[in-house]
Write a protein that binds this ligand. Structure first.
Ligand code: PEP
Length: 249
């Protein structure tokens, strides 16, 4: 099928104050993004969402959030809705990051419901899946990925509204990346599951790899078949590292 345009997405997590907007500006105005060979996205903390989105409005860089509630509004102190992200001019939202699945016990059903909320507000959902170390060592990786995809993706998922991020939990923030063969196997499997359920639309969905992607390993990882980009944590915090990862394209 058609190969989707790659996406390099940054996840700032709970990092970044107003001064960090200088990094956003540097990324947004870099010549590399102007090439149009790939799309670029930074998912900032909610406090920076609107200012980052305004700052990048006339640039190729997209700005997103890191989570949303599944309801449109109500008595959910501290949470933000997908509509609020759209209102702040964010275009994407990460849903079901392993840090939220683990620390806040978010399950596949909640991830699906948040993803539907994202669609209703016109956001692109970056839906995260990935096995734990224990699941991998007991040979259950592909089963886990199958169940997470089936439970987390709504029927309305398309290549336009959904990006999949495959992030082995043990590779996030640890400096350990999956082997090239393991990445290739997982991404091939995810593609085949997507095509089974969504037919040709499955070929249009981007499948990002995430887990300790950095300038020194990006080139190799980003050229694996069915790897349509990366979700980058630590190495997305400076324009220098982020752009050096982008230079793989
Ligand atoms: C992430 O948070 O999605 C991630 C992959 O983090 P890191 O790149 O720091 O491992």
């Amino acid at each position: 099928g058609p190969v989707p345009k790659p996406l390099i997405a940054g996840n700032w997590k709970m990092n970044g104050m107003r001064g960090s907007l200088a990094q956003i500006k540097e990324i947004a105005t870099s010549k590399m993004l102007a090439s149009g060979k790939f799309d670029a996205l930074i998912c900032v903390p909610a406090t920076l969402l609107h200012s980052a989105a305004l700052m990048t409005a006339d640039t190729p860089l997209k700005i997103g959030a890191q989570d949303c509630h599944d309801r449109e509004n109500g008595a959910y102190t501290g949470d933000i809705s997908a509509g609020m992200i759209a209102d702040s001019l964010g275009s994407h939202v990460i849903i079901g990051h392993s840090e939220r699945r683990t620390r806040y016990r978010e399950d596949d059903a909640l991830v699906r419901s948040k993803t539907i909320a994202a669609y209703k507000s016109g956001l692109i959902a970056v839906v995260c899946i990935g096995e734990t170390e224990e699941e991998r060592s007991s040979g259950r990786t592909l089963d886990v990925l199958r169940y997470q995809l089936a439970g987390s993706l709504p029927d309305g998922a398309t290549g336009e509204n959904t990006v999949i991020a495959y992030e082995p939990v043990w590779a996030i923030g640890t400096g350990r990346t999956a082997s090239i063969a393991d990445i290739a196997e997982a991404h091939r499997f995810i593609r085949s599951e997507l095509c089974k359920r969504f037919n040709s639309e499955g070929d249009c969905m981007r499948i990002l790899y995430g887990g300790s992607v950095k300038p020194s390993n990006a080139d190799e990882i980003l050229h694996v078949e069915n790897v349509d980009g990366a979700l980058v944590g630590g190495a997305s915090l400076t324009a220098n590292d982020f752009l050096s990862i982008c230079s793989a394209y």
